[in-house]
Design a binder for this molecule. Structure first.
Ligand code: ADP
Ligand code: MG
Length: 611
């Protein structure tokens, strides 16, 4: 079964297969009945529309219940421009996509601030507002009477760039547009853009920590998604020739969501299959069309229960998110451990990370109380203290997750207090999390490449077109990843999916990912928690390597033996206050530390011994 699936996946992914399919349809459509050609054109439009949901919901994780709004904006824009203003369809359809993209961009501002149920409600609201506007704006849209007479293949009134277009020719045009869309979406999925979408999907906080701005990434997702939906809508207008508000009401939003989910969110091939099936079914089964939405409900429920990854999950291997060409190119480049040295990605002045009198309050709780400490380059500073003493809070404040209630944080002499998390990562201060936050369905290598996101500077257009310059830049980072894999001992699992790997391996992958963001200061929040002896030794070696590279390292941990021969300085926190600062040997004799922390630890240790 899995061999069959792999073979099918390879075939479906092969350019020759795509080419053959497109050519067969291009030439073959002349022999098909008019009815079949029309349904096939509807299917192509559904494919483009479902890619719009795929980008926004499948990749970026933002649900939309109002996508018919974007579709409708595209349809009315192109329809009105062509009919009322005589604009050529070759121009009106791209303008429609542009207008819908602008609408997507605008919607991203309110929608980017909310999630889950609130996002669902907000996008539902967007769809309903669009529907009402179309119904009420009689002069422009024809209101409830509809907007007939759009130049279209169905009415034999369509010409593009002066050439008369019949139904079969229109099918050919839409086929080429759909093929182009699929190629671009596929390239995007396997680029920094698609990977960033997945990163914010899984954890906006983790994405920010390696320099991926959640806000801007969502804006891009909404804009691109709007553009594709608008494009589909524009093409739809010139297929049917009549626009009425009912075509852009809630059922269409639901329909495209069902297509995308049943096809398998995140899978391009799955969407193509699903869009085709869902276009043909209602046409072929008249019963189905009457009870269409009951059927959709049943299919969706069934699909979510039985096929959580949709048709694609059943038939195909999971998609991958690095271009094979970039991978092949990377093999030719020799991995060079020196690329990880902080100065390799632009040098700093080797200054330290300074926390000065930082206080953090959560309501009445003072999690950090006038904390000052300094982490110097080429030194390992341990941050220890009982649970709840404020260690993670300090990391959260430094890394820009929280703005401190008082105090200042500077790095290399520059004030970074209160900067957004991705800007702090860009200032080369990178953190890991107490609970590893990787993209579970990415491989180790793909997760590491996320770390290098900030260093991939090529434009979205270059990524969508998979330009050689963009691939070369990715190959450079993939070569650096080889060095990190070797350093962290992850080479053998590089192409395994994170969710299939043991906890210790995932932790190490997170440290590796942070390294790829080329930090000059790194904050490790309990990286050794849950590791085996052997894994801890490996981690200690990696941390020593970081020190040798000149990084300023803040290390949170509880194991005194692990810390003893690793760290240079220790800071002890208790109830948000610094109670000790100095060497680790002296710390173990310090009465205040023993009373607050080590006594506690000794008690736990003896408990463990008894257990
Ligand atoms: P540690 O990492 O040392 O175990 P934390 O920094 O996680 O401790 O927590 C310190 C204190 O701050 C705890 O009492 C915790 O409940 C509180 N705290 C941490 N984050 C928040 C938050 N976002 N909202 C409210 N209280 C918080
Ligand atoms: Mg903690």
């Amino acid at each position: 079964m899995s061999r069959l699936r792999s073979a099918l996946s390879r075939t479906v992914a092969h350019p020759a297969f795509h080419l053959a399919l497109v050519l067969a349809l291009l030439l073959g459509c002349r022999w098909l009945s008019a009815g079949t050609v029309q349904i096939l054109t509807f299917a192509l439009i559904a494919i483009i529309f479902s890619q719009s949901i795929n980008l926004l919901t499948g990749l970026a994780g933002q649900i939309s219940l109002g996508h018919a709004g974007f579709f409708g904006i595209g349809a009315y824009c192109s329809g009105i421009l062509a009919k009322t203003h005589g604009v050529d369809v070759a121009l009106s359809v791209p303008l429609a996509a542009l207008l819908a993209a602008a609408a997507g961009w605008l919607l991203s501002f309110p929608a980017g601030r909310v999630r889950d149920v609130y996002l669902a409600m907000m996008t539902l609201g967007f769809g309903m507002i669009f529907y009402e506007i179309v119904r009420e704006w009689n002069d422009v849209t024809g209101g409830t009477m509809g907007f007939p007479g759009v130049p279209s293949a169905a009415l034999h009134t369509l010409s593009i760039l002066g050439v008369r277009i019949d139904a079969a020719a229109y099918f050919q045009v839409v086929l080429l547009v759909a093929a182009l869309v699929l190629v671009l979406v596929r390239n995007l999925t396997q680029s920094r853009i698609g990977r960033a979408f997945f990163a914010i999907h899984v954890s906006e906080v983790a994405a920010g920590s390696i320099g991926i701005p959640a806000g801007a990434t969502k804006q891009l997702a909404y804009t691109l998604s709007g553009a594709l939906a608008g494009l589909a809508g524009g093409l739809y207008a010139h297929l049917v020739g009549y626009l009425g508000p009912e075509s852009f009401a809630l059922p269409r939003s639901i329909e495209v969501l069902v297509i995308a989910i049943v096809g398998g969110l995140g899978s391009i091939a799955g969407q193509v299959l699903s869009a085709t099936v869902f276009t043909f079914l209602p046409e072929r089964l008249q019963v189905f069309s009457e009870y269409q939405f009951i059927a959709y409900g049943v299919i969706l429920t069934f699909s979510l229960v039985v096929l959580p990854r949709g048709i694609a999950g059943l038939l195909l291997d999971p998609p991958r998110f690095i271009k094979p060409r970039a991978l092949r190119r990377a093999v030719a480049l020799r991995p060079d451990p020196a690329v990880l040295r902080p100065e390799a990605a632009g040098g700093g002045d080797g200054g330290s990370l300074e926390v000065a009198s930082v206080t953090m309050r959560f309501g009445g709780l003072v999690a950090l109380d006038d904390v000052s400490l300094r982490v110097e380059p080429g030194r390992i500073t341990a941050l220890v203290g009982p649970n709840g003493s404020g260690k993670s809070t300090l990391v959260n404040v430094v890394s820009g997750l929280y703005r401190p209630s008082a105090g200042r944080i500077t790095f290399e002499g520059r004030d970074i207090t209160g900067l957004p998390d991705h800007r702090i990562a860009a200032a080369r201060v990178v953190r890991t999390f107490q609970d590893p936050r990787l993209v579970p369905h990415f491989t180790v290598r793909e997760n590491l490449l996320l770390g290098a996101h900030r260093l991939l500077r090529h434009t979205g257009a270059a990524a969508a077109l998979a330009l050689p310059s963009a691939l070369e830049e990715e190959a450079q980072q993939l070569a650096a990843i080889e060095a990190v894999l070797a350093l962290t001992n992850l080479t053998v699992v590089a192409d395994r999916t994170i969710s299939t790997l043991p906890y210790g391996t995932r932790r190490m992958a997170e440290v590796g990912r942070a390294l790829l963001a080329r930090p000059r200061a790194i904050l490790l929040d309990e990286p050794a928690a849950g590791l085996s002896e052997a894994e801890m030794e490996r981690l200690a070696q990696v941390i020593r390597d970081m020190k040798a590279m000149g990084l300023a390292i803040l290390l949170i941990d509880h194991h005194m033996d692990f810390l003893a021969d690793l760290v240079d300085d220790v800071v002890v926190l208790d109830s948000g206050r610094v109670i000790y600062r100095g060497g680790i040997a002296e710390m173990r004799r310090d009465p205040a530390v023993i009373a607050a922390y080590l006594g506690d630890e000794a008690a736990t240790a003896s408990e463990h011994a008894h257990a």
